[in-house]
Design a protein around this ligand. Structure first.
Ligand SMILES: Nc1nc2c(c(=O)[nH]1)N(C=O)[C@@H](CNc1ccc(C(=O)N[C@@H](CCC(=O)O)C(=O)O)cc1)CN2
Ligand SMILES: Nc1nc2c(ncn2[C@@H]2O[C@H](COP(=O)(O)OP(=O)(O)OP(=O)(O)O)[C@@H](O)[C@H]2O)c(=O)[nH]1
Ligand SMILES: [Mg+2]
Length: 436
């Protein structure tokens, strides 16, 4: 096993830079850098020297002998002065001592291989690094804290128990074991399948929390789409003008709604375009409307209802809003009376609109932050296991039932990384940054 090192903090000008070292050579390399080893897990201030004895930095050093370390191996941390030349120099000294730069996610990968955490907890770690909102952080912490690992382990335990009994049934088939055991196994499979199905049905929204939502503002030209986007984000992100057909490109801004990161997109007004450029803009607008999680449809109070916008409303999850409400109440633009009416000019209805958007986001990501299934991979693995349980239930022979139970167990093993197809690990750790 190689000894690896990496900058664990962001590169660039900084107060301190943390270099992390892990692997069997850590003890010797650390001693090589700073003389005698510090007391384990105690911060010590040491002068770091290269092979020739030249001082590289004065650093706070942590000696973290395995297995009680993040990776489970002998590890160390060097809290350096945060300068590019300092990091460079200490890195070069470590290479001279036999270490190599770590690959993205390699420390956490080792933690998984050494049984310090399972694959879903490792995914929680990366989600924690990428979390931009408190809701995302809560979800990531549940995962990193082993929430899904524990659930999967309890299911695996029960499956292993059912499999053992099924194997006993096969072994003692000729001795006429009581049918009671067979009924017990069948009931156990039923119960487990029921729980998995309930988890799949009830644990929704986690993927949306992780990835964030996309909302597209659509409507006829001059409806005030760009003005509304600017009012929602509080800055002049998109060009506004009295001329219809001002916006052509999709203009994206990021904001947080109901604890979720949202990309809000302003689009070209929908109409028979006057020229090629506008036509492309309208195509892009419609495309964005099709892929958005929510369409914010604007029907201006000063114009008749627009057929292209209405057609989109019929197909996509929509929040319909009457814009330019200062021109008259909701209703004049084809809005039902009592609908949401806003004026980007006066600010009327903007608070209500924000609340309505938050309610839509909350509806699209229910249970936000309280879920365990954060990735399509999680859902797919459980669906897989459930499929094998269904096979087991209807298996005509005891051996086939045992085979199906074994496959269900393997599906859960892939979820936690215990059944280790190398490519699953590669895919998960490709998302990581270097140093984690
Ligand atoms: N300086 C520093 N800060 C950090 C980390 C780190 O590795 N170094 N972490 C890393 O991502 C996170 C904290 N997570 C960690 C999880 C486990 C262990 C660890 O070594 N655990 C051992 C020993 C615990 C102890 O000292 O009592 C264990 O649980 O056996 C360290 C950090 C965030 N902050
Ligand atoms: N009275 C009134 N005028 C508004 C309101 N919102 C926007 N306008 C005006 O309506 C005109 C068009 O506004 P934009 O925000 O550019 O409209 P748009 O929907 O983005 O238009 P396109 O990009 O051309 O599709 C501008 O002159 C705005 O000042 C409003 O709430 N009330
Ligand atoms: Mg516009």
């Amino acid at each position: 096993m190689d000894t690896i090192f990496a900058l664990a903090t962001a590169p660039g000008r900084a107060a301190i830079a943390v270099l992390r070292l892990s692997g069997p050579g850590s003890r010797e390399m650390l001693a090589g850098l700073c003389g005698r080893l510090p007391t384990p897990r105690q911060a010590s201030l040491r002068r770091l020297r290269d092979a020739k004895g030249a001082v590289l930095d004065e650093a706070l050093v942590l000696w973290l002998p395995g297995p009680a370390s993040y990776t489970g191996e002998d590890s160390a941390e060097l809290h350096l002065h945060g300068g590019a030349a300092v990091v460079e120099g200490v890195g070069a000294a470590l290479v001279a001592l036999g270490a190599r730069p770590a690959e993205a996610g390699e420390f956490t990968r080792r933690a998984v291989l050494n049984g310090r955490m399972d694959l879903t907890a490792a995914e929680g770690v990366i989600d924690l690094i990428e979390a931009e909102t408190a809701t995302q952080r809560r979800q990531a912490l549940r995962l990193a804290g082993g929430g899904l690992a524990a659930l999967s382990a309890s299911w695996s335990d029960r499956l292993a128990d059912l499999l053992a009994r099924q194997e006993a049934l096969i072994e003692f088939e000729d001795e006429g074991l009581p049918g009671a055991l067979e009924r017990e196994v069948a009931a156990g499979i039923e119960a487990l399948a029921g729980e998995m199905a309930a988890r799949l049905a009830g644990d929704v929204g986690g993927e949306r929390v992780r990835e964030g939502l996309s909302i597209a503002i659509l409507g006829p030209p001059n409806a005030g789409k760009s003005s509304l986007l600017n009012a929602l984000v509080g800055r002049e992100a998109a060009i506004v003008s009295a001329r219809a057909g001002t916006t052509r490109d999709v203009v994206e801004v990021r904001m947080v709604l109901a604890g979720l990161p949202v990309v809000l997109a302003d689009t070209a007004g929908l109409r028979e375009a006057a020229d090629e450029v506008e036509a492309e803009g309208v195509r892009r607008a419609l495309g964005r409307g099709e892929e958005a999680d929510l369409v914010l449809a604007l029907l201006p109070c000063d114009a008749p209802p627009d057929p292209a916008t209405l057609a989109l409303l019929a197909r996509r999850p929509c929040l319909v809003v009457a814009s330019k409400a200062d021109f008259g109440g909701a209703g004049s633009g084809g809005m039902p009376a009592g609908g949401l009416a806003v004026s980007a000019r006066t600010g009327a209805g903007m608070d209500e609109l924000r609340r309505a958007l938050e309610a839509e986001v909350a509806r699209l990501a229910p249970g936000a932050g309280e879920t365990l299934l954060a990735r399509p991979r999680h859902r797919a693995a459980i669906r897989d296991a459930l499929g094998w349980l269904a096979e087991a239930s209807k298996a005509p022979l005891p051996e086939l039932r045992a085979d199906a139970l074994r496959e269900a167990l393997r599906a859960l093993g892939r979820l936690t990384g215990r059944v280790g197809a190398e490519e699953i690990l590669d895919r998960v750790f490709a998302e990581f940054c270097i140093g984690k």
